[in-house]
Design a protein around this ligand. Structure first.
Ligand SMILES: O=C(CO)[C@H](O)[C@H](O)COP(=O)(O)O
Length: 234
């Protein structure tokens, strides 16, 4: 059996083919993105010229440590490519992201990129999104009231489930890089991701949610049988 970490690294290695000299590249967050940053650093060491925008403080620290040239998004303006992991890859390359809590910057960076390539092991591919809890980043003012409105919004989009505040390893509320808190929506299935995305976005106090729709153009998935590259039509 191939270890999940090997599969993540294979997907990350395969995505390197989309990086060419002179590109401005968004760097994702999470264990798969971590492999990509490591492999990219080797290319940079060998002479590849890129400038990268990390999607989290964690990825920033890794990129700096490995000598990957970095800039802020405002310094580079537009990105040629963004390579990031995902918690689920659904039909049409609709994604659930934010398992690592970096969904806000990840979505801003993905949107600023001409192309978003998702890297993952093939178990992340699902027929219907929702098995993985959907992260929702909210401000901490009126969090109870925001959660109530979110429950209504979730029901209105045909979903059933419960919202749970995310905790860190010490049991404290998880605080994002931007000082917000996270609720995880345990839904099981999301029959209409676009309807849910817009219902959630309408709730005041919501900063961002982990549904990435119409952003990814390719998914590089690694399984025991090899690499499969999906596009939105696959
Ligand atoms: O969205 C993310 C972080 O906010 C990650 O990309 C997602 O959670 C996948 O992580 P991993 O590669 O560790 O499975």
């Amino acid at each position: 059996m191939v270890h999940a970490e090997d599969l993540k690294r294979r997907a990350a290695a395969a995505a390197l083919e989309y990086v060419t000299d002179g590109m401005r590249v968004g760097l994702g967050t999470g264990s798969t993105a971590r492999h990509f940053v490591e492999l990219l650093a080797e290319k940079v060491y060998a002479g590849l010229k890129v400038i990268c925008v990390p999607t989290s403080e964690q990825t920033l620290a890794q990129a700096v440590e490995l000598g990957v040239p970095i800039a802020t998004l405002d310094e580079v303006g537009e990105l040629d490519l963004c390579v990031d992991g995902a918690d689920e890859v659904g039909p049409g390359l609709a994604l659930v992201k934010g398992g690592g809590g970096a969904l806000l910057r990840e979505k801003i960076v993905a949107r600023a990129a001409k192309e978003m390539v998702v890297i993952a092991d093939s178990t992340k591919k699902v027929g219907v999104l929702g098995r993985f809890p959907l992260p929702i980043e909210i401000v901490d003012f009126g969090a109870v009231s925001i959660a109530r409105s979110l429950e209504e919004a979730i029901r209105s989009a045909g979903c059933v489930g419960e919202l749970r505040p995310r905790r860190d390893r010490d049991g404290h509320p998880f605080i994002t890089d931007h000082g917000h808190v996270l609720l995880d929506a345990h839904l099981g299935r999301i029959p209409d991701p676009a309807a849910l995305a817009s219902a959630i976005s309408e709730v005041p106090g919501v900063v961002e949610h982990g549904l990435f729709i119409g952003l990814a153009s390719r998914a590089v998935l690694a399984g025991a049988e090899g690499i499969v590259v999906l596009d939105r039509q696959s």
